[in-house]
Design a protein around this ligand. Structure first.
Ligand code: HEM
Length: 186
């Protein structure tokens, strides 16, 4: 209850313009602490649900899903890739170095960079194209380096895996380029 209250007051205080007009008008009244805390908690709940419905029924948290998902996935790719690098060093066996490199760069670095762009430019992450771009890049970031590793270890019998993986990555990065061209001046 108290955390809810503090969160509401912080939002009114720091982001008053993000509130709908009639809520803005009433914000000063809400900044004085009431006699009955329960009253303001209920008012805050009502205002919050109106605010959420006014921005299209989507919570602020939902809007940040794609960018935070990409940054989190990028960070996880990097941890796995670095452990993989340490394992190569310990065994002094470097045949999978190209797979390790592409795992880190396409999975770790690119996913994190895409996530940062989507965080910086909200218009970019709101289109359906951004969801396609993210999904394709996830698939390619796994399929391509894993395919390279399989071909290095087992021969060219499954060469189709890195070929498809590389094409999926190129497609995802092309979609990203389209999104950047559409939104970078916004
Ligand atoms: C704990 C972190 C890491 C360790 C221990 C590690 C280890 C290694 C090792 C042992 C090699 C093979 C070197 C050789 O062939 O002589 C290598 C290659 C490479 N790594 Fe890493 N690495 C790490 C992180 C990264 C990251 C974060 C990236 C990119 C973002 C990266 C990109 C590369 C590249 C481009 C190569 C060269 C691949 C090739 O020659 O085919 N590494 N790494």
């Amino acid at each position: 209850m108290v955390a809810h209250e503090i969160g509401y007051r912080a939002r009114v205080f720091f982001h008053p313009n993000a509130l709908p007009g009639d809520l803005q008008r009433s914000k000063l009244a809400r900044l004085s602490w009431p006699d009955d805390p329960h009253q303001v908690t209920m008012a805050a709940r009502q205002d919050q649900s109106r605010f959420v419905s006014l921005i299209g029924g989507q919570s602020m948290r939902g809007q940040h899903m794609l960018d935070s998902l990409m940054m989190r996935a990028g960070a996880m790719f990097l941890i796995v890739g670095m452990v993989w690098g340490i394992e190569m060093g310990i065994r002094q066996e470097f045949s999978l170095a190209p797979a390790h490199a592409h795992w880190n760069l396409i999975g770790g670095v690119l996913l994190f960079v895409f996530g940062l762009y989507y965080r910086m430019v909200p218009a970019a992450r709101e289109s359906a194209l951004a969801k396609w771009q993210a999904s394709l890049h996830f698939v390619g970031a796994i399929l391509f380096p894993v395919g390279v590793a399989i071909v290095i270890k087992k021969g060219t019998g499954l060469i189709v895996l890195p070929i498809i993986g590389s094409l999926v990555v190129v497609l995802a990065v092309t979609l990203f380029a389209v999104i950047v061209f559409r939104t970078s001046r916004a």
